[in-house]
Design a protein around this ligand. Sequence first.
Ligand code: SF4
Length: 241
Amino acid sequence: MKAEERREIWESLGVIEDWLSGGARRPAGPEPDFVAAEAAAEAADAGAPRLAPPRPGDSLEAIAAEIEACRACRLCEQRKRAVPGQGPAAPLAIVVGEGPGAEEDAQGLPFVGPAGKLLDKMLASIALDRASNCFIANVVKCRPPQNRDPAPDEQAACLGYLRRQISLLRPMAILCVGRIAAQALLGGSEGVGKLRGKWREFEGLPLLVTYHPSALLRDDSYKRPAWEDLKLFRERLSPDA
Ligand code: SF4
């Protein structure tokens, strides 16, 4: 992304932030060094390992069909519908959550309950949506009973589907929402508070962690750091890719 493009995004995000805060346009804060950011991004791109290539002949439809027939873990036993994921075949970004809830289980679509509606608004604020430029998926594709955390063996059984989706979609960046998704892709045991706010990497792809929208619905104090994460995420994406 060119320095001038970064500057335009920065300025437009400032307007959105002020609007979300409910106030008038505030004086602008110090502007980042966009030229340095461009150089750093190019250097990071040059040194990053490559994402594994997709399997020959693989497709989103083939992965979805396998998921819908999958009985590789106990989560298949109580599912109404598996939830492979939703979005375009050439997205700018992938959002990864932990697993389907009740609404998602009923509809076979990811993030369609109250948290999903908030996620759609969060994505819209940075010019992303599941219809045109953002794929939405989960670590496990079937609903854990009573919305419990997916167990490590369930995550391990299912993660291959997400890896295949990421290899096919080859997004510019991944946004992990919540602790389970972050730990599944990054490893380790740190929570969102420690992982967020800084670019990380999944198989050579830039990955950012932020709070799950359900956490924002429970606690307003997560909104400001989540917004900061979204701005960082948008800045990494090229506006005309
Ligand atoms: S959660 Fe994943 S691994 Fe388990 S049954 Fe569903 S699709 Fe298969």
